[in-house]
Each structure stands twice: as C-alpha cells, then as structure tokens.
Write a protein that binds this ligand. Structure first.
Ligand code: CP
Length: 302
C-alpha cells in the first residue's frame, strides 16, 4: 500500500525539497539544535538479508534515542528465509510495527514491501541503491565544505549501488558528478540519462585522473561486495582505480575523501588516504545516525 504513506525508497523517487529538508534536519539533530522523543511507542522492524554494521547499529541506536524501539529479523532466523512471500511478510509486520527498514539483494523485494505493507518502508541497501548512505554523505560534504550545489564530486571505481545513489543525488542536490569506472562496471546508462534529464550534470570520464581533476570530493567503494563471486577478475579490472595520494593530489587542496565503509585497505584505497587529513570517513559513518533519525522522523511524524 503506498498512498500517503511516506516511504524512503530511493532518491529519484523523492523531490529535492523533501531531501533538502531531511539533510537540514540531520544537521540540526547533530548540532543538538533539536531533541525530543517523537517516536515513543513506535517500533521499527529491521530486516537484514545481508550483513551490516553501520546500518544496523545506527538505525537501532537512532530509533531508541528518539524514544522508539526496534525488532531485528535476519533471513535465516525468520520465515522470509524459508520462502514466505515478501507481500505476506509486509502485511503481517504492518500489524505490529510503525515502519520497516530492509537490506536486501533485491530492489524488487523493497518495492513489494512498500506495495503490500501499510507502514513506511526504508531502503537500507539493495543491489540497486543505498540512499540512506548518500544522504549521510551529502550531509558530511556540507559539514566540511558548505553547500554541495554547484560543487564537483568524483566517483572512482566500481559503478555499484552506492554510485547509483550518488547519481540520483547529483540531480536532486544539483552538483556535478564525474564517474571513472571500468567499462564492464559502469552504472546503467538509464540512471545517468535520468539524472541529466532532471537537472543533473553527470558524465563518464576515461580515467581516474580525469575524474578527480580539480574536484571538491573523491569517493570510492569496495571492489568486491557481498554478492560478488569473481573476486580476482574484479580486482584486476579495478587496480588502476585505487585511490592513493598521487590520485588525491589531482583534486582541490581542500578536497575531502569519502568511503561508505567497510573499506578494504590496500585495494580501493590506501592507508595513507583513508587515515589521512582529507579523509572524512568517520564523520560519514557517524552521520548515518543523525540522518537516519531525520529520515525516521520524516517517515513517522507529520
Ligand atoms: N556503509 C554501510 O552501509 O555499512 P554497513 O554495511 O556496515 O551497514
């Protein structure tokens, strides 16, 4: 059931004003300018079909700090793992909880939860996208460098689900995004076309060096994710895309480095960069907590 229920499914499905308001609220929550227990009496179901550290802990802690409670379901420990349909699960959970967050390998399951449930559904990562992460990343950018509108971000490496949400964000927050990815690992052209038809400036470039030239922010992600079996093939493809000090030297002197974590040090990023002065990865991780509180309030409080 969708109707007036406020789902947080993907950045391309929400308007720019809504996303801006959530970012501003996340920044206010972090500054301590906002407090209270607006979710008292409400419970959030967290469904994990894939592992998580940041998403699980930040949603659990955030919900409790807002006065609410959580119930965690993992795939092997619930009937979802034994074939109960997503639709039936959505109908049942909607009788118990105020909202559902899911991490799944399937964007279809996310859509089905929203279709068949009657409570807000939040995307905690699918094979297609990771919108909560990129909301935290935009918040982190703005904390360090000011408004992201009109600025330039470089994505270097695998054109994965996180890259897709960065592409959505480029349109919604009006910044330029350059992507340097191996041909075989580029995000879907349709996503780039959507962004450019909706006010974005998103383009593929031919090398990591071209991507980072003069940018405000360099972003990468792990080369081998939870669903990949072809580890050595991917690493060979992605070796030229490692973010090291030499690559960061091409960005602006005050440019920041971002990575949603977990990182594979020595693969997509060197220790010197992730532990260096331009790295804001720990702020990114912290900001998952603040922005998800803002998302939960947007979903659940008028
Ligand atoms: N970045 C992120 O989503 O981290 P987890 O996989 O630990 O949740």
């Amino acid at each position: 059931m969708t109707g007036s229920v406020r789902h947080f499914l993907d950045l391309d499905q929400l308007d720019a004003a809504t996303l801006r308001a959530i970012i501003n609220h996340g920044l206010a929550i972090k500054r301590g300018a906002w407090s209270g227990k607006p979710l008292a009496g409400k419970t959030l179901a967290l469904i994990f079909e894939k592992p998580s550290t940041r998403t699980r802990v930040s949603f659990e802690v955030g919900m409790r700090q807002l006065g609410g409670d959580v119930v965690v379901l993992d795939s092997p420990g619930s009937q979802l793992g034994r074939g109960e349909t997503v639709g039936d699960t959505a109908r049942v959970l909607s009788r118990y909880v105020a909202a559902i967050m899911i991490r799944t390998d399937s964007a279809t399951k996310l859509a089905e939860l929203a279709e068949f449930g009657s409570v807000p559904v939040i995307n905690g990562l699918t094979d297609r996208s990771h919108p909560c992460q990129i909301m935290a990343d935009v918040m982190t950018f703005e904390e360090h460098l000011g408004p992201i509108k009109g600025r330039v971000v470089a994505w270097v490496g695998d054109g994965n689900n996180v890259a897709t949400s960065w592409i959505h964000a480029a349109a919604r927050f009006e910044f330029e995004l350059r992507l340097a990815c191996p041909e075989q690992l580029k995000p879907a052209q349709a996503v780039v076309d959507w962004a450019n038809a909706n006010g974005g400036r998103v383009r593929f470039v031919s090398s990591p060096q071209e991507a980072v030239a003069g940018v405000d922010c360099v972003v990468t992600d792990t080369w081998v994710s939870m669903n990949h079996q072809d580890r050595s093939e991917r690493i060979n493809l992605l070796l030229p895309y490692r973010v090291d000090d030499a690559l960061m030297a091409g960005a602006k002197p005050d440019a920041v480095f971002m990575h949603c974590l977990p990182a594979h040090r020595g693969e997509e990023v060197t220790d010197a960069v992730i532990d260096g002065p331009r790295s804001v990865v720990w702020d990114e991780a912290e900001n998952r907590l603040h922005i998800q509180k803002a998302i939960l309030i947007w979903c659940l409080v008028d």
